[in-house]
Design a protein around this ligand. Structure first.
Ligand SMILES: NC(=O)c1ccc[n+]([C@@H]2O[C@H](COP(=O)([O-])OP(=O)(O)OC[C@H]3O[C@@H](n4cnc5c(N)ncnc54)[C@H](O)[C@@H]3O)[C@@H](O)[C@H]2O)c1
Length: 438
C-alpha cells in the first residue's frame, strides 16, 4: 500500500515517545479531592467557556440555558470579545489555568482545538469541574487512556460533544440493528465528508491580540500561518486528523454504537490516503479509505465522499452523502443527519417487540449533561465512549500513514506485536507542557 503522507515527519516528531503511560497516583488523588462550592438543589451551576471560537460559543449558548455563564477564556482577544458580546457579565481570562482557580465554577465547556482538549480537560478535572468537551475527545490514544482514568478517579461527569448520540434517528438506527432488525449484521459503510487539499501556505505576521505560542501549546513551534490557526487547524495532522477524526468522531461513533463495540473496538485496520497532499499545505489526508474488522467478523469501510464538502455543502449531487449504512443478511439501514432510510419500509415502521434491548435515550445532548451533573450518573457520551470512538479514527490515521495492515487489541489498546506502530499512539509534547502538571 502506498504511503502518501509525510511518514518521515511523523517519525521525527514521535521518536522519543513511549505510548500508553498512566497518570501518577498523586495526580489522581488530587483530582478525587478537588471540589467546587457545593451546588444547592435550586442553584444554577456556574459555567465557564474555554475556547471561544464558533463551536465553543455555540455550545456555551446551550449550556447557558441550564447554568450561569460566569467566565470566558480565549488566547485570542478577538474571539474573547465575541464571547463577551454574548455574556457581558462574564469575567474574561486569557489563561485557562487562572480561570480554573475559581471555586464558583462547576462546569467547563471546552471548545478549544483538538490538540488542547486533553490538557484543558485534565486541568479541569484536577480543579474539581464537570466537563462538556468538544469532540474529537483527544489527539492520541494515549491521551484518551489518561483521560478515562482521570475521569474515573475524580468521579467527575464528562460529556463528549458527539451530539449525534442524542438524535432520535441515530438511536433508532442503532437500536434496530442491535435488535437484529436487518438480520445478522455483516458490514458497516461509513462515509465522511472529504477534507481539504490546498497549499502551499505563506507565513504571516501574528495578528495583534493572538498568543500564537500558547495556541501551539504542546505542538511543535512553527511560524504563524493563518490556515494553521482558527477553524482550518483540523486539516493539519499536527493539531487534529482531518475529516477522519473531525467527522469520524460523529459517524465512526455511530458505527460503534450500532455494532455494540463502543466500549471496545475493532481488531484490525488497514487504510490508504487516496491523493497526495500538497507540500507546504494541509497535512491530514483529504481523501481516504480505511477498512476495519471486528472480533465477530463484522467489517467496516470508512471513506471520504464528495457527496458533502468540508463545510457540509454538496459538492457532487450524484455522490454518496455522508452517513452510516448498516448492512445485514435481512436488509440495510442508512442514517445521517435529518434522514433515516432502509432497504424496505417496514424495517423502520414495525415496532420492536417488548423485551427488545433499548439503548440509552437522550434527546438533548446538553440537557443530558446537566441532568447528569445533578444526578452524578454517566451521560450518554461519557469519556470512555468518546475515547473509544476517536480511537477508531486515530488508528485509522496511523494505518494510513504506516501503509500496512495493523492488528489492534482493544483490551490492551495497543497494536499487537508491532513496536513501531505502538510509538504512534502518543506524541512528544513541547516544553513546558506535560500531562501531569498543567
Ligand atoms: N460537535 C460538533 O458538531 C462540532 C462542530 C464544530 C466544531 N467542533 C469541535 O469544536 C472544537 C473547536 O472548533 P472551532 O471550529 O470552534 O475552532 P476555532 O478555531 O474556531 O475555535 C477554537 C478557539 O479556541 C481558542 N483556543 C485555542 N487554544 C486555547 C487555549 N489553550 N485556551 C483558550 N482558548 C484557546 C482559539 O483561540 C479559538 O478561539 C474542535 O475540537 C472541533 O472539532 C465540534
Amino acid at each position: 500500500m502506498q504511503i502518501l503522507n509525510s511518514r518521515r515527519h511523523f517519525l521525527k516528531t514521535s521518536a522519543a515517545v513511549t505510548a500508553a503511560t498512566t497518570l501518577p497516583q498523586w495526580f489522581l488523588e488530587e483530582s478525587a479531592q478537588a471540589a467546587s462550592k457545593p451546588l444547592g438543589p435550586n442553584d444554577k451551576p456556574g459555567v465557564a467557556l474555554i475556547g471561544c471560537g464558533g463551536r465553543g460559543r455555540g455550545v456555551a449558548r446551550e449550556a447557558a440555558q441550564h447554568g450561569q455563564m460566569l467566565a470566558v477564556c480565549d488566547l485570542d482577544e478577538a474571539n474573547l470579545a465575541q464571547a463577551l458580546k454574548l455574556w457581558p457579565d462574564a469575567k474574561p481570562y486569557k489563561d485557562f489555568r487562572r480561570l480554573l482557580e475559581r471555586d464558583d465554577l462547576h462546569i467547563i465547556v471546552n471548545g478549544t482545538p483538538d490538540h488542547w482538549h486533553t490538557l484543558v480537560n485534565l486541568a479541569a478535572l484536577r480543579a474539581g469541574k464537570d466537563i462538556y468537551s468538544e469532540k474529537p475527545l483527544t489527539l492520541t490514544v494515549d491521551e484518551g487512556k489518561r483521560l478515562v482514568q482521570a475521569v474515573r478517579a475524580s468521579k467527575r461527569v464528562l460529556q463528549t460533544g458527539s451530539q449525534q448520540r442524542s438524535d432520535k434517528n441515530f438511536r433508532l438506527a442503532c437500536e434496530l440493528v442491535r435488535n437484529g432488525r436487518i438480520g445478522k449484521l455483516k458490514h458497516v459503510n461509513v462515509w465522511l465528508p472529504h477534507g481539504r487539499r490546498e497549499g502551499p501556505f505563506e507565513k504571516a505576521p501574528v495578528p495583534a491580540g493572538l498568543d500564537w505560542d500558547m495556541w501551539l501549546g504542546p505542538t511543535p513551534k512553527v511560524d504563524y500561518v493563518k490556515e494553521r490557526c482558527h477553524v482550518t487547524f483540523r486539516y493539519f495532522w499536527e493539531y487534529s486528523g482531518g475529516t477522519m477524526t473531525d467527522w469520524g468522531a460523529h459517524h465512526n461513533d455511530i458505527a460503534l454504537w450500532g455494532t455494540g463495540f463502543d466500549r471496545s473496538g475493532p481488531v484490525s485496520v488497514e487504510g490508504q490516503s487516496l491523493v497526495p497532499m500538497i507540500p507546504g499545505g494541509f497535512t491530514a489526508a483529504s481523501e481516504y479509505a480505511i477498512a476495519y474488522t471486528y472480533a465477530n467478523g463484522v467489517t467496516q469501510l470508512t471513506r471520504s465522499t464528495h457527496g458533502n464538502g468540508w463545510n457540509g455543502s454538496v459538492t457532487d449531487k450524484e455522490a454518496q452523502p455522508h452517513g452510516v449504512r448498516f448492512e445485514g443478511t435481512g436488509g440495510w439501514i442508512f442514517v445521517t443527519r435529518g434522514k433515516i432510510e432502509a432497504s424496505h419500509g417496514d424495517l423502520l415502521t414495525t415496532p420492536l417487540p417488548s423485551g427488545a434491548r433499548c439503548l440509552y435515550a437522550s434527546d438533548n445532548h446538553m440537557k443530558n449533561f446537566f441532568d447528569c451533573v445533578r444526578s452524578r450518573q454517566q451521560p450518554i457520551c461519557d469519556a470512555e465512549i468518546g475515547h473509544r470512538s476517536v480511537t477508531v479514527c486515530q488508528i485509522g490515521v496511523i494505518a494510513m500513514r504506516l501503509g500496512r495492515k495493523l492488528n489492534w487489541n482493544p483490551a490492551t489498546q495497543e497494536f499487537a506485536g508491532d513496536k513501531e506502530a505502538n510509538t504512534w499512539l502518543a506524541r512528544e509534547m513541547r516544553a513546558p507542557w506535560t500531562y501531569d502538571r498543567v
